[in-house]
Design a protein around this ligand. Structure first.
Ligand code: PLP
Length: 378
């Protein structure tokens, strides 16, 4: 027998209370008993997104929310600016190109953040830019962009500020209304602690005005129709009933902890993870601003990052993640996102120590764990 430890940057572990709630007999999404459930999910998401704006609930993965964020507010030929900091920055580019937008790209070396003055310079150079797209955390590199400072520069213009917070929501304190984020996207299988299958999208008044003139046609991810339905505590098509019931349970768990405590927990777990890998003389992949959602670690010279990831899973039941694309084999990633606490990090670092030793990397067992414990004992 081997116990499983899911420490991937999505899907993440689901609390047993939510699993139980989702096992309740099915109810009909148009029947009166579902309406208060959706109402509660709607309000809970506004709390989590720190917004008074509508937060749409879509039956899709996070990418569906990203597609809708492009198609509902923009028209073919529109100029858009994308900060490309990794694999998910590339996803913005691919989506925008698919819908015929004129993409201006800021290429950021993987492991670094995009800087506000880079965005500001592009916006000054091209007054036609209608939207700026970023990742809060690009999960492929484990870097957190300074959303707050980036919002300041975009807010000075007419452009929409569109943030992919698929992996950053819950781990980072992102203040949608206070900072002026027009569209923010997240997904259920990350910090929200649910199985995959829901995307959430907050939309500002400025964005709804753009939706009135956008010419791209959208059938499934039709945000205006979703908004009309949300006002009636419905979704446009069949609601993902069980996931929405589970969502209420997960939000209740987070509310009981308190939003600032949730962020503090993620920050502490991230710091402990970094201390653990540094004690093992491993290097963090992010060169600046590592995310609180996950830690990306460089594989030591001569050791394949994929074999660390594979050995963790096969020998110890710990599922983290390897590197994506050009980082495959070069890094491995451990998430501390959502339903995670002290002993998940101790497990992860203990597993890494044992795997490295098996792979012939010189390691004194217990060194990383001791560093983690020093931080998490408090
Ligand atoms: N954006 C980021 C930053 C992500 O981490 C992910 C998923 O890993 C996505 C977008 C895509 O989400 P999904 O796989 O749910 O479509």
């Amino acid at each position: 027998m081997q116990k499983k430890h899911l420490l991937a940057p999505g899907p993440t572990p689901v609390p047993p209370e939510a699993l139980l709630a989702m096992a309740m007999p099915m109810i009909h999404h148009r029947a009166p008993d579902f309406l208060p459930i959706l109402d509660s999910a709607k309000k809970g998401l506004q709390w989590l997104f720190q917004t008074k704006n509508d937060v749409l609930i879509l039956c899709s993965t996070g990418t569906g929310g990203m597609v809708g964020a492009v198609t509902n507010f923009l028209s073919p030929g529109d100029d858009v600016l994308i900060a490309n900091c990794g694999k998910f920055g590339e996803r913005w580019i691919n989506i925008c190109k698919t819908y015929g937008l004129n993409v201006h790209e800021i290429v950021v070396e993987w492991g670094y953040t995009v800087k506000p003055d880079q965005i500001e310079a592009e916006l000054k150079k091209n007054a036609k830019i209608k939207a700026v797209f970023i990742q809060a955390t690009d999960t492929s590199t484990g870097v957190y962009n300074d959303v707050k400072s980036l919002a300041v520069v975009v807010k000075k213009t007419d452009a929409l500020f569109i943030v992919d917070a698929v992996s950053a929501l819950v781990a980072h304190d992102i203040r949608t209304d206070e900072w002026g984020i027009d569209v923010m996207i997240s997904g259920s299988q990350k910090g929200v602690m649910l199985p995959p299958g829901l995307a959430f999208v907050s939309v500002s008044d400025k964005a709804w005005k753009m939706a009135d003139v956008a010419k791209t046609r959208e059938f499934y991810f039709n945000f205006k129709k979703e908004r009309e339905n949300l006002a009636k505590n419905q979704t446009n098509f069949t609601s993902a009933v069980s996931l929405i019931i589970g969502l209420n349970t997960c939000i209740k768990i987070l509310q009981e902890e308190g939003l600032q405590n949730v962020f503090a927990r993620h920050e502490k777990l991230a710091k402990a993870t970094r201390a653990g890998v540094s004690a093992l003389e491993l290097k963090l992949f992010p060169k600046e601003s590592p995310s609180f959602a996950l830690t990306a670690v460089e594989a030591p010279t001569g050791v394949d990052g994929q074999s660390i990831y594979k050995n963790l899973r096969e020998n110890y039941g710990i599922t983290g993640a390897g590197g994506q694309d050009k980082l495959k084999g070069k890094i491995f990633r451990i998430a501390h996102l959502g339903y995670t606490d002290t002993f998940d990090i101790i497990t992860a670092i203990a597993g890494i120590e044992m795997v490295l030793k098996r792979l012939g990397y010189p390691v004194k067992l217990g060194t990383g764990v001791a560093a983690v414990e020093e931080i998490l004992i408090k």
